[in-house]
Design a protein around this ligand. Structure first.
Ligand code: SF4
Ligand code: ZN
Ligand code: ZN
Length: 321
């Protein structure tokens, strides 16, 4: 099959959801345009912004960093070493190797050194690893951005991630989460930087194809803590529908973001989305004015922020509860 754009080279990437197939060069053009459109549509950031890209070492985040550099944005990478035996060392290695191939050196936060490696912190706090991980990552995204003058934090969530999350939120009519599901979460308070997802228009397959064709070497294994089978089920359900009706996933998520669908009176999704979309985590968003954490100075509504509370539980001598 010939590329549908240049009509000369052989097609290397088949995109049924776009009724297209591209050679590598034309696929890069397609991919770049999708990301540019994703940034433009919601004004995620501008060339004046300093973008902190969260790079785990997986394909999505490395592709995100790659394309943003290619588009000429001012970016630096932030890698959080989660302290998970084996997996974290391999993820860090891939991140550093990629960065050095592009003449970059990422900012690294080592959770062992910070006293909160995820497996141990979760055990001591008696919480799920992913919940602890979420608290810790959010905290360092904001802290590093605030300390080093970044205006925006970017993560590598793609269309499949966001559509699966939307399906889950809708199945549970989770108004709170629906109200916060968007490629752009504005700065909520001083020290709570803007969060963006520039890959929201490209699918997992397109991201993987871009990474492969660009020769980006990423960590392929899943995080061993990942036991969130439900999000995989939502992804599989959408893949099943997508195979029968290409383009459905994209219409589903883009329809959710379309302002005209949000203005349907009585639509519970619309109502949820009209709420303050700038809530960011449990510390912020409960109303009122944020104050500074007694311990670290981060914005919070409680006396102490959730990270410091977690750290206190983790570092407290065991035996006392
Ligand atoms: S699977 Fe859970 S612990 Fe692992 S990186 Fe994701 S959120 Fe963190
Ligand atoms: Zn072509
Ligand atoms: Zn704190």
């Amino acid at each position: 099959m010939k590329c549908k754009r240049c009509r000369k080279a052989a097609a290397a990437v088949d995109l049924p959801s776009h009724h297209s197939a591209f050679c590598p060069e034309c696929f890069f053009v397609f991919f770049r345009r999708q990301v540019e459109e994703g940034i433009r549509k919601f004004r995620l950031f501008s060339p004046d912004d300093r973008v902190l890209v969260c790079v785990s070492g997986g394909k999505d985040s490395l592709v995100l960093w790659d394309i943003l550099m290619e588009l000429g944005y001012r970016t630096e990478g932030l890698h959080i070493d989660l302290g998970i035996e084996g997996y974290s060392a391999r993820s860090r290695e891939k991140t550093l190797a990629y960065a050095s191939s592009r003449g970059k050196e990422p900012i690294v936060v080592d959770l062992h050194a910070e006293g909160v490696p995820i497996p141990e912190a979760a055990k001591r706090a008696r919480k799920e690893e992913c919940s602890v991980c979420g608290t810790v990552k959010r905290y360092f995204f904001n802290r590093v951005a605030a300390e080093r003058g970044f205006t925006v934090v970017a993560t590598g969530h793609n269309l499949d991630d966001e559509a699966a999350r939307l399906l889950g939120n809708l199945l549970h009519w989770d108004a709170d989460h629906l109200s916060r599901q968007h490629p752009l979460l504005p700065e909520a308070a001083e020290g709570l930087v803007r969060k963006v997802k520039p890959l929201w228009r490209v699918s997992e397959m397109e991201t993987a194809a871009y990474g492969f064709l660009k020769g980006i070497d990423y960590v392929t294994e899943e995080c061993p803590m990942s036991e969130d089978a439900t999000s995989l089920i939502y992804k599989e359900a959408l893949t099943l529908i997508e195979e029968e009706m290409p383009g459905t996933r994209r219409r589903f998520y883009q329809g959710f973001l379309d302002p005209k669908n949000r203005d349907v009176p009585g639509n519970p999704v619309a109502d949820a989305c009209r709420e303050d979309a700038s809530k960011d985590g449990k510390d912020i968003g409960e109303g009122g004015t944020p104050r500074k954490c007694n311990s670290c100075g981060a914005p919070t509504y409680a006396e102490t922020c959730s990270f410091c509370r977690l750290k206190e539980r983790v570092t407290k001598p065991q035996g006392r509860s």
